[in-house]
Structures are given as C-alpha cells and as structure tokens.
Design a protein around this ligand. Structure first.
Ligand code: NDP
Length: 463
C-alpha cells in the first residue's frame, strides 16, 4: 500500500468508536510505518483545547502500545476543531485545514452522517477526497440506496469506503489465500461435496453499555447483515482474476445477488432469542430487558440465526447458517464447512466414520481440517485426526488495516454500495417476519448456549 502523505479528518472524534477502535488502530498503523506522514484532524461537538485533544489521542495511541517516529509526528501536528458537522460553514472551515486530499471518517451516529453528507453537497471537496462510513449503511435496502445516491453526488464509488473491519480480520483475509492459492481445497467447495456451512459469531460479551445503538439494531443487523454476509460472499464467490478492489468486489456482488433465504420461509429458516439474567464466569448479568437504556417493548433480539442459500450452479442446495449471539456461555466464532459423507466406506473398517469438516476459527485465527485416518491399535479401526494451521496475524490489527486502505484510497476491504443494498435485501424478509411476530422471541439465560432445544435442531435442509 502507498504511504503518501495523507490527511485524516475524524468527524465525531470524541465518540466511543473513535476512542476505542479508530485512534488505537491509527496508532498501530503509524507504529508499523515509521515513515508515514499523517495530518490528523479531530472534529466534534465537544470542546477540547489543543493539549486536551493531544492527551486524548496520546492515551488512545498508548492503549494500543503504539510508539515511534510517525506516532510522535502525528501527535505533534494533530489539531482539533469544535464542529457541528451538520452546518456547511463548519464543514468548509474544517476541510480547508487539510494539507492533502482528505479522508473524511464519519464516526457519527448514522442520522448525523446523512445530514453531514447533505451539507457536503454545498462544499467544494478537494479532488481525491475519500469518504469513510461506519455501519449501519442505511436501515433497509431503500434507505441504503438513498444513502448511496447521496454519496455518489459527492465522490465516485471507488472513493467511498463503507467500513467493515471484519473484512480485515486474519481469518477472513485468509479465505482468499486458502481458497485461491491451493489446488486441493477449492475444488471441494461446491454442492457436490459440501453438505452445509455455518458462519457463527457467538460472544460472551453482553450489551456493554451500547443500548442506544444496539437496542435499535439487534443481532441480525448488527452482525449478520453487516458482517457475516460479507464473510459468506468471500467464502462462496468465484476466483477473481486479481486482488484488485474492482475484481474482488465484482465477485462478491455476484454471489450476494444470488443469495436468498432458505426455502424463502422466515419461519423455517430463522430464529431469534434474547438473554435473560444469568452468569458468565464470575460475572452476574442482568436480563437484557433490564439493562440501562433498553426498551423492552422493542423486543430486540440478542441472538439471531438465519439460513440462506446461494442459488447458483455451484452452491444450490447447500444450507448456509448464519448466527450471532451475545452473552453466550460457550463462545463459538468460526466458519464450519461440513462435507458430505464419503460415497462408501469399504466393508471391514470399524469405528465411527465422521463427516469431514473444515473449521476456520476466529481468535485463535486458524484452521483445522477434521478427517478420518486409520487408528493406532487396530489399523482397520477409523480414528479422527486433524490437519491444523495458524493464520498469520498480519502486521496490523483490523482497524489499522482498514485505515491503511482508506489512506491509500484502496477500497478492497470495504463494502461496495451495491453489496450493501443486497445485504439488506437478503435480511429484509426475516426482519419483516420478526416485526409481524411470525417467529417467536425465545429467551435464554445469559451464559447458556442459547434457548432450550436450539442445539438439537438440525440445520434446515440437513436430515
Ligand atoms: P457515539 O455516539 O459514541 O459518538 C458519536 C460522536 O459524534 C460523538 O462524539 C458525538 O458528540 C458526535 N456528534 C453527534 N452529532 C454531531 C454533530 N452534529 N457534529 C459533530 N459531532 C457530532 O457513537 P459511536 O462512536 O459508538 O458510533 C459512531 C458510528 O460508528 C456509528 O455509525 C456506529 O454505528 C458505528 N460503530 C460503532 C461501533 C462502536 O463500537 N462504538 C462499532 C462499529 C460501528 P456528542 O457525544 O457530544 O453528541
């Protein structure tokens, strides 16, 4: 990636995302690239004098253990402007501070981002300006399309970065190397050999004071619509000719367009749950509905599951289960590919012949190919074995990688506008069915594996 001098303007610099993820990620990027010249401009409604702002940035950099020449230079030169991003004059003054074509990072509530973009129509943006937006991109397919139209009035598509930090995680990046730089894996990835796929991100974290956002979003939008469908796209797409943003994102868009709810029936292919009071490790957790800021009437799901199908020649008939939950006792963060049984195992073998499985895990980032081999004692007794590998973590954590792409103007690891709309289209039948109450909201104790009976039900489409 190029490390040309760059300007990053963080709008909403005093917010949670900026201090917890964005500025630490930036610190790590600067630490990894000591030659990098970065002008960092913070903007927000809060009033900071320069020393207070610098302290804030320094604290964020230190939280990431970031140090070095580029870190020091960015700290010395960083400035902060109290800005109402919904007023043209404030935005104009802010952008005039940029020494290079700026990357405007909207670390703002989504509605404020839209208002800021509307005001930017009146601003003469410097050639090469990049706009970086955080999820959620709209609140349904129609509003995502409206947002896309608005953004395209400001800059061309390749200058819009819809951030999905999942795309910069080692396990997700490794889907490219694992699939397209090996002879042996890729030919097996089709309905001929694969019985089912699970893409699961269950975490033991609960609400963590994010009710303002989460109670409106819920697990389906927060995780499946935003992140797991992107993982699905990289897992099921055809091989791109190159790793250019254009080719990779073309291939992702093609499979997302072919993705639909399993058998088109939300009652069959989706489930939702909400955690009640419980305990995880030594933490007692209140019920979600009793968390500060939660409106129980919203009936927000903290566990969402939906099964889809990529309806094309390669994948038709393979159920792909997407699931994510909060306050789950046994955290499970993985992509699990279960292969069909072998056509026949010769008579004479004993022991259990399990279906082969390829498991790609997050934290630790790695893979394990679960296969059968001849056992140790009696050679004709089948025994399970594993071929395992760690995925290299890469030089940068996910937000550092995201920022590197933004500053280089390379949108490879960001979500293209058409794909953002497709991801809404895919989940909308489920959201509608849930709103109508067609699928019950079940409860599970915090710290459990989910509602009673869930783990026993097979994946839709698997006998
Ligand atoms: P916060 O509410 O913590 O921060 C938003 C920031 O924007 C605040 O500093 C707020 O200032 C500022 N702001 C609001 N209105 C204006 C305005 N008119 N002019 C200037 N600044 C304004 O939100 P988050 O940081 O949590 O989220 C930001 C975005 O990132 C959202 O789109 C969210 O969905 C997304 N996101 C957040 C994640 C997280 O972990 N926090 C994870 C992934 C995505 P003030 O507080 O003074 O109003």
């Amino acid at each position: 990636m190029t490390t040309e001098p760059a300007t990053l303007i963080v709008l909403g610099a005093s917010g949670d995302l900026a201090s917890r993820l964005l500025l630490p990620g930036l610190g790590e990027l600067l630490a990894a690239e000591p030659e990098r010249q970065l002008q960092l401009i913070g903007a927000g409604v809060e009033e900071y004098d320069e020393p207070a702002w610098r302290d804030r940035v320094r604290t964020a950099f230190e939280s990431a253990g970031a140090s070095g020449e580029a870190v020091d230079r960015a700290l010395e030169s960083t400035v902060y402007r109290t800005t109402d991003v919904t007023t043209v004059d404030d935005l104009r003054e802010l952008i005039a501070l940029a020494e290079h074509a700026p990357a405007l990072y909207f670390a703002l509530p989504p509605a404020v981002t839209v208002r800021a973009c509307e005001q930017l129509r009146e601003v003469d943006l410097p050639e090469g300006t990049t706009l970086a937006l955080e999820k959620p991109f709209g609140s349904d397919a129609a509003s995502a399309a409206d947002l896309n139209r608005l953004l395209l009035e400001l800059v061309p598509e390749e200058r819009i970065q819809r951030v999905d930090h999942f795309l910069a995680r080692a396990t997700v990046l490794n889907l490219l190397g694992l699939r397209f730089a090996n002879r042996t894996i890729e030919p097996l990835l089709s309905s001929e050999h694969v019985e089912s796929i699970e893409i699961v991100y269950d975490e033991d974290l609960a609400l963590e004071n994010r009710a303002r956002y989460y109670d409106k979003a819920g697990a389906l939008v927060d995780m499946i619509q935003s992140h797991l469908l992107q993982v699905l796209a990289l897992l099921t797409m055809e091989a791109p000719g190159s790793l250019s943003a254009e080719e990779v994102r073309d291939q992702k868009a093609i499979v997302l367009r072919a993705t639909r709810l399993w058998r088109g029936d939300p009652a069959l292919s989706s489930r939702r749950g909400q955690y009640g009071a419980g305990r995880i490790g030594d933490r007692d957790l209140p019920a979600y509905a009793d968390e500060p800021g939660v409106h129980p009437a919203n009936a927000t799901e903290t566990l969402a599951e939906m099964t889809v199908e990529v309806a094309n020649w390669r994948w038709t008939g393979v159920p792909i289960l997407l699931r994510s939950g909060k306050a789950i006792g046994t955290t499970r963060k993985e992509i699990l590919i279960t292969f069909r049984p072998p056509p026949r195992v010769p008579d004479g073998f004993s022991g259990e012949v399990r279906q082969d499985r390829l498991r790609l895990t997050f934290k630790p980032d790695g893979m394990a190919w679960e296969i059968n081999v001849n056992g140790p004692g009696d050679p004709f007794t089948i025994d399970p074995a594993e071929i395992a590998a760690d995925f290299n973590p890469g030089a940068l954590p996910a937000y550092g990688e995201v920022l590197s792409g933004i500053l280089a103007g390379d949108p490879l690891l960001s979500v293209r506008g058409d794909s953002a709309e497709e991801c809404w289209r895919i989940v909308e039948p489920v959201l509608d069915a849930w709103r109508r109450g067609d699928v019950p909201l079940e409860t599970y104790p915090a710290g459990s594996a989910g509602p009673d009976g869930w783990s026993e039900r097979p994946i839709p489409g698997v006998d």
